[in-house]
Write a protein that binds this ligand. Structure first.
Ligand code: ATP
Length: 453
């Protein structure tokens, strides 16, 4: 069976007897896989197999040792080379070591021992290097999904799976989700974990730019293209070249501009406003919307052809209220972050405060939770955040309540809960305000449908 962690050694030695001796000797170590070559030509033919180490006879008849070393380093600088030389020549040895040889061993009586020790040393280095590579890979994974994006719920795990797929190719990604669910963060996670990570990530919020300016913002303009265009300006498409262009709130794009965007995406080139020259576009596109674009297509406010161009890999971000215990993970992380940034002592989240958070529907999603937790960290004087430190914007709850389709029973529960929250859990007052029997409320509390914490 092949030993996955074996050190792969190529022995390049024209002296058959000497080479066989080295091959036999090194093969005694079960952690070494040894291959022997008698000519440089045969050796270079097999170099694509990427040995970890080469033991190189300095005086090969078909190519001199320095040239072999140079060529190996050009092909793959990770391959370590141990020179084995018939003569002790300090000048040559130094020059070879300077040029990247790992060791220089003279063919004398000690050659086997020295080679053995040198390889042990090297194996340690190669092992460490592999370990570093593996750790880097793990850190890389952690970087995107746990440092940036917090959440372990099943729904978020699915999102991570899609992000991983999106990172591997240039496919257009369309992210949808309510406001504050982390659409921009996801777009960044994709960019910074894709091959384009070292190139620019350029975000444009389509809704935030006046209609008249968006075209020049995206495609740029030439000097004098319109009043106020005093200099030539490149647009976001050009700025994001080789990188990623994130078009946020794409559903807000004016229908006439949609036609222009479609043309750019089809032809992969832009023309700056007022210009004739075309410029190739190589930006990866990620779009986001809080709207249901398919509905917009049906209502003819979004072009169907553009919709199909942009849909690519659809990634639906769940609302915070669908992420279960992620609310607590996020809440804790926001408190920690806030305390750290402001140099105040760490605070913990009491059980009751956690319950209060879990009962709220967070229409503003993660963004809202973040500001609620920052305020809570300020309000809590001691080291524990209690329910009274958590200020929930009840007006938003009503809006959210009515904007969602629910069963009548669900509406009932949410409305009564909203009133209980608003009136400090005063059941009698709530019963009076809603004109319902207090026993109805008590029964629902007992059934666990309502909370008085
Ligand atoms: N999973 C997450 N982990 C940590 N922080 C998050 C997460 N999701 C969102 N956030 C934070 O919530 C805030 C809102 O995120 P972001 O701006 O990405 O949301 P959005 O969906 O793009 O919002 P909008 O719809 O308003 O454009 C940011 O401060 C972001 O750092």
């Amino acid at each position: 069976m092949k030993n996955q962690h074996a050190l792969r050694i190529f022995v390049l030695e024209d002296d058959v007897w000497y080479g066989s001796m080295l091959e036999h000797y090194l093969s005694l170590n079960p952690d070494y896989e040894v291959k022997r070559f008698e000519s440089s030509t045969a050796f270079f033919d097999q170099l694509h197999e990427r040995p970890d180490v080469v033991t190189l006879d300095y005086s090969m008849p078909d190519m001199d040792g320095s040239a072999v070393l140079k060529k190996i380093r050009e092909v793959n600088p990770d391959i370590q080379v141990i020179i084995i030389s018939g003569q002790e020549d300090v000048g040559t040895a130094i020059s070879l070591l300077k040029n990247g040889a790992f060791d220089y061993i003279v063919k004398d009586d000690d050659v086997k021992d020295r080679l053995w020790n040198s390889l042990l040393h090297l194996k340690e280095i190669v092992g460490l290097r592999q370990e570093v590579e593996q750790l880097k890979e793990q850190v890389g994974k952690k970087y995107d999904y746990s440092k940036f994006l917090i959440g372990k719920s099943e729904v978020m795990e699915k999102v991570y799976g899609l992000i991983e797929k999106a990172c591997k190719t240039n496919i257009t990604v369309s992210i949808s989700g309510e406001t504050g669910t982390g659409k921009e963060m996801v777009a960044k996670a994709i960019h910074y974990n894709s091959e384009r990570q070292k190139k620019p990530f350029v975000a444009v919020n389509v809704a935030a730019i006046p209609k008249e300016l968006i075209e020049s913002e995206l495609f740029g303009h030439e000097k004098g293209a319109f009043t106020g265009a005093v200099t030539r300006r490149i647009g976001k498409f050009e700025e994001a070249n080789s990188g990623t262009l994130f078009l946020d709130e794409i559903g807000e794009m004016d229908i006439s501009l949609q036609a222009k965007l479609l043309r750019v995406l089809q032809e992969r080139e832009i023309t700056r406003i007022g210009g004739n020259e075309t410029v190739a576009v190589n930006a990866r596109i990620i779009v986001a919307t809080h709207r249901n674009l398919l509905e917009e297509v049906q209502q003819k406010t979004f072009r169907e052809d553009l919709y199909y161009r942009l849909i690519g890999l659809p990634l639906q971000l769940p609302a915070l209220r669908e992420r279960g215990n992620d609310i607590i993970l996020l809440a804790r992380s926001f408190i920690d972050l806030f305390c750290k940034d402001n140099g105040i002592e760490k605070k913990t989240l009491s059980q009751e405060a956690q319950q209060k958070l879990l009962q709220y529907t967070f229409p503003g999603n993660v963004r809202e939770l973040k500001s609620v937790m920052e305020l809570a960290a300020v309000m809590a004087d001691a080291e524990t955040v209690l329910p009274e430190h958590i200020t929930i914007n009840t007006a938003a709850t009503v809006n959210d309540l009515l904007s969602k389709e629910r069963t009548l029973k669900d509406f009932e529960i949410h409305i009564i809960q909203h009133y209980l929250d608003k009136y400090d859990k005063d059941v009698l007052l709530v019963a009076k305000k809603l004109d319902i029997g207090k026993s109805t409320i008590y029964r629902m509390i007992q059934a666990g449908e309502l909370s008085t914490k």
